[in-house]
Design a protein. Structure first.
Length: 153
């Protein structure tokens, strides 16, 4: 099992390097950070997106999420608004520019992946998707139990 864990860790690192959204200089996708990318992705794919949602998906504190969203607002990609039902909750939505930006990045990532998958046997593609899905589900379940960090002020 130890050798399998080492082998898988190496594979995951290589996958992150070849297919990740973050470059070696810490920037992602046209001068945004990986945290900003995850925040945009979260806001686009949830009907209501709170700061807490962004904090969870970007793996930062709520104050970290606030800083990320502030940077996205400065770049014209997102904006905050009060929740209509609960004024204490701040919701994040993407601007038209933010939606276009994220769609362009996701299309680039999808095209990159399609060029690889086309050369793979269809049955192996299915096994890969099922296996990675199961692996991520377990990993997220384990990480969500450990990720109870105190809020930074």
């Amino acid at each position: 099992m130890d050798e399998q864990a080492r082998q898988l860790a190496g594979m995951v690192e290589n996958i992150m390097y070849f297919f990740g959204t973050q470059s070696q200089d810490g920037e992602c996708c046209e001068n945004i950070s990986h945290g900003e990318f995850r925040a945009l992705h979260t806001a686009l794919h949830q009907s209501t997106c709170t700061m807490q949602d962004i904090a969870k998906k970007a793996v930062v504190t709520k104050s970290g999420a606030t800083r990320i969203v502030h940077r996205l607002e400065e770049k014209g990609l997102a904006h905050r608004e009060e929740d209509q039902k609960d004024g204490r909750v701040c919701c994040v939505t993407l601007t038209e520019a933010g939606v276009a930006f994220l769609n362009r990045i996701e299309d680039q990532l999808t095209n990159k992946m399609q060029t690889i998958l086309v050369d793979m046997d269809p049955a192996m593609r299915e096994i890969l998707i099922i296996s990675l899905g199961a692996f991520l589900q377990i990993a997220q379940g384990q990480m969500s139990g450990r990720d109870k960090r105190p809020e930074a002020d």
